[in-house]
Design a protein around this ligand. Sequence first.
Ligand code: ZN
Length: 203
Amino acid sequence: MTFPRISGALAVALIATSPVLANHHKSFGYGADNGSEKWGQLDDKYALCESGDMQSPIDLAGANAIGNIVLTVNYQAGPLTVANKGLTVQADFAPGSTMTSGGMTFNLIQIHFHTPSEHAISGKRYPLTGHFVHATEDGKLGVLGVMFEEGAANAELAKILSAAPEEKSDPAMVTGQSIDPNGLLPADRSVYRYMGSLTTLDL
Ligand SMILES: [Zn+2]
């Protein structure tokens, strides 16, 4: 079986100023008719998806993206806990893995996946995005997005995908399996950052 490998150059930090968790996207999805390029047309309320530049989906090579962000991670391997959330597959993480950016330290809470990617970089969309959802102690969210390209198998991604139930499920720990989130990050961490809201509610 072949799983997408991590693209060599593309990681994206999505830093929200405050937790914006209103789950108002009732009918968006990731298919041809309701995928991220169509979100602005699905409902008047989603028009900002088309016209706004701080609303998902955005093109990260656009004017409001900032390159050369300093971002460090201190991730630890830990137990593998996986859920099928319906729209996404999600792996939950125990405390102890952190990301530091903009003078703030964020704790890694979960990683979930979107296919295809919500965001584009210079017009290109990727077959898979991992969203690494972090929060500070006082509740500020920092989401690190990693674009994946098809290629050789990624061992950590394979663990998550092979453990994910086909039907919607509660989080379940996978006995005897651990996961190292470092293995999901590309070597070259060119980062774009923008202020944004979230399209997924579950943390
Ligand atoms: Zn997401």
